[in-house]
Design a protein. Structure first.
Length: 174
């Protein structure tokens, strides 16, 4: 079993329900959820849209390879009604990104681990720091807490609600 860190975001429809549904489906089809960050309300990043996002980060333990896990979360997005645009930006019912998979570094046509822009985005770094602040980014060789402190992103990220699950002892690696 391997540990992976996944981000969730939604800015259309019942945003809380969308995050909860994504977590439920990930737990049923992709792995066991070990940790869940609080939920944060955030301005859109990289484009303008009418509705703010709700964002959350989870740590799972999974039996699937990185590629298999990516396919599983993409299938969950589709099941929940996500329609991908060619531009990749815009409002969405659900957005699920595989941020880390253990300490692996993968740069392939369809899969980039760690996520190549997570260090630029406070909407990802703040919930990441909450549940895995000591985790060392395998490419940048610095903790997520330090990345968050150094991040120049000026978009608003506000605490929305505590939706964490009780602490389960996990190794310091993820």
């Amino acid at each position: 079993m391997s540990k992976a860190i996944i981000s969730l975001g939604s800015n259309l429809g019942d945003r809380l329900k969308n995050l909860a549904n994504a977590c439920d489906l990930i737990g049923q089809n992709s792995g066991t959820i070990l940790k869940r960050s609080s939920i944060y309300e955030t301005e859109s990043w990289g484009y303008e849209c009418l509705h703010d996002f709700l964002n959350q980060v989870i740590i799972i333990e999974s039996q699937y390879s990185p590629g298999e896990l990516l396919n599983k979360v993409l299938a969950i997005e589709k099941k929940l009604g996500r329609v991908r645009s060619e531009a990749g930006d815009g409002s969405r019912i659900i957005d699920i990104d595989l941020l880390f998979y253990e300490q692996l570094v993968i740069n392939s046509k369809d899969l980039y681990i760690p996520h190549p822009r997570l260090h630029l985005r406070k909407f990802t770094l703040i919930p990441l720091t909450e549940i895995a602040g000591d985790f060392i980014h395998p490419v940048l060789n610095v903790s997520l807490s330090i990345l968050c402190d150094r991040c120049g992103d000026d978009k608003k990220v506000n605490f929305f609600m505590d939706n964490s699950i009780p602490e389960i002892p996990v190794s310091n690696e993820i």
